[in-house]
Design a protein around this ligand. Structure first.
Ligand SMILES: Cc1ncc(COP(=O)(O)O)c(C=O)c1O
Length: 403
């Protein structure tokens, strides 16, 4: 992979014809190191957020040994790259063949379920195994999250109680898990979720060995400045102590976005300008999926050597495909004279960026490059320390806006 000091150095040097997927493995290592040190339990990296080998290696090098995998290809990837890793197959709906291969060929013992039918698939396809760690995914509110995850998975009410009781009868260890939704802006979301999970455990009357508080930990985007990550850890710690689980129960989390968002950025070129609309060579079917489909605003930086201190203006963006939903409302603040041929770097695209890119309309080829500079915004605020994370995020955001 090419290496450059910054995105600006890259475009000045080569004027790339394709969009560029920039990787900052050092940022993934820093984030993973923070979680390993501060989270009072085991940290499972949610591979789906960014399965690039350079990111997996960076997270592993920082000490993450547990991985939340959702498919056989993710299992193969981690098993092949990360010696000694523990794999947790956390997709609540799995192909029978995937269950069997995970258990027999890859030694996976941790499986998530959210229904009695999935539980019976698990029993059958593992040959009635008695060494399973069964994690029951429970439905919780997504009210505080930017990206809701409450519509698809998670057992609720009497079914949740039945799944917990049946799983307890089979499992070596029984866990509960939930996901408060991605990019969760409020630490209290975990308190609310852990209280509602506690209620279900009480009704089920089961002994619980593992509490998995899922992902949802935020990154800092323009207009979305979360509280410091320490506030999330404190809320989880305090809520865990109140839960009706074994005194020595294990606590897990499954961060995806928070470990890799800062580790990626994307460079796109302006192919045409029409008023306040910029037509780019990357977009909603590419690495900027979340900007088109989730309304996320990535920090944007014009890559021109003289771009500093120019007046900014708001822009809408369009991706390269012929579909009109390949549009990003933003607004994205860029120097007012941005025009055809300019390159723009979008920061914080490391989570669910390249991982979601398609080849629709013949687009989807990228150059890959590793960059040495710092991410545009960060939750891991260097010397300022955790207590000052919010301030450092805001300061960095203001710096990006200033030009
Ligand atoms: C089961 C599970 N765990 C963890 C994650 C990671 O979530 P996030 O990237 O919000 O931390 C996801 C994301 O969809 C998920 O489905």
């Amino acid at each position: 992979m090419e290496r450059h000091a910054s995105a600006l150095a890259l475009v000045v040097g080569s004027g790339p014809d394709l969009p560029v997927h920039c990787l900052r493995p050092h940022a993934a290592s820093k984030a993973a190191d923070w979680f390993v040190r501060r989270f009072p339990g085991d940290v499972l990296y949610a591979v789906k957020a960014n399965p690039h080998p350079a990111i997996i290696d960076a997270v592993y090098a920082a000490g993450v040994r547990w991985f939340d995998v959702a498919s056989l290809p993710e299992i193969e990837l981690i098993a092949g790259r990360c010696p000694g890793a523990t794999l947790a197959f956390m997709h609540p709906v799995k192909a029978r063949s995937a269950i069997a291969r995970a258990y027999f060929d890859f030694g996976v013992r941790i499986f998530a379920v959210d229904s009695l039918d999935e539980l019976s698939k698990l029993v059958k396809e593992t040959g009635g195994a008695r060494d399973l760690h069964i994690i029951t995914r429970l439905a919780v509110s997504s009210d505080y999250a930017q990206h809701k995850l409450s519509g698809k998975f998670g057992a609720a009410g009497p079914e949740a109680v039945m799944v917990l009781r049946e799983a307890r009868a089979i499992a070596r260890e029984l866990g509960v898990s939930f996901h408060v939704g991605s990019q969760c802006m409020r630490p209290e979301a975990w308190r609310v979720a852990m209280q509602s999970v506690s209620e279900i455990i009480r009704v089920a009357g089961v002994t619980v060995d593992i509490v998995d508080v899922g992902g949802g930990f935020p990154a800092a985007y323009p207009g979305l400045t979360p509280p410091p990550l320490d506030a999330y850890i404190e809320e989880i710690k305090a809520s865990f102590e109140e839960m009706p689980v074994l005194e020595n129960a294990d606590l897990w989390c499954e961060p995806g976005r928070a470990l890799c968002a800062e580790a990626g950025s994307h460079i796109a070129r302006v192919e045409l300008r029409k008023g306040d609309a910029l037509y780019l060579n990357d977009g909603g079917y590419g690495a900027l999926f979340d900007a088109a489909h989730d309304g996320l605003v990535f920090p944007a930086k014009l890559l021109r050597e003289d771009a500093v201190h120019r007046p900014l203006a708001p822009f809408r963006l369009f991706g390269p495909t012929c579909d009109s939903i390949d549009a990003m409302e933003g607004p994205f603040l860029l120097p007012a004279d941005v025009n055809e041929g300019d390159y723009i770097e979008f920061g914080l695209t490391g989570a669910y960026g390249a991982a979601l890119a398609t080849r629709f309309n013949g687009f989807g080829d990228y150059i890959e490059a590793e960059l040495a500079d710092a991410p545009m915004l960060t939750m891991y605020g260097g010397a300022a320390g955790a207590a000052n994370q919010s301030q450092s995020v805001i300061a960095l955001h203001d710096a990006v806006q200033e030009y």
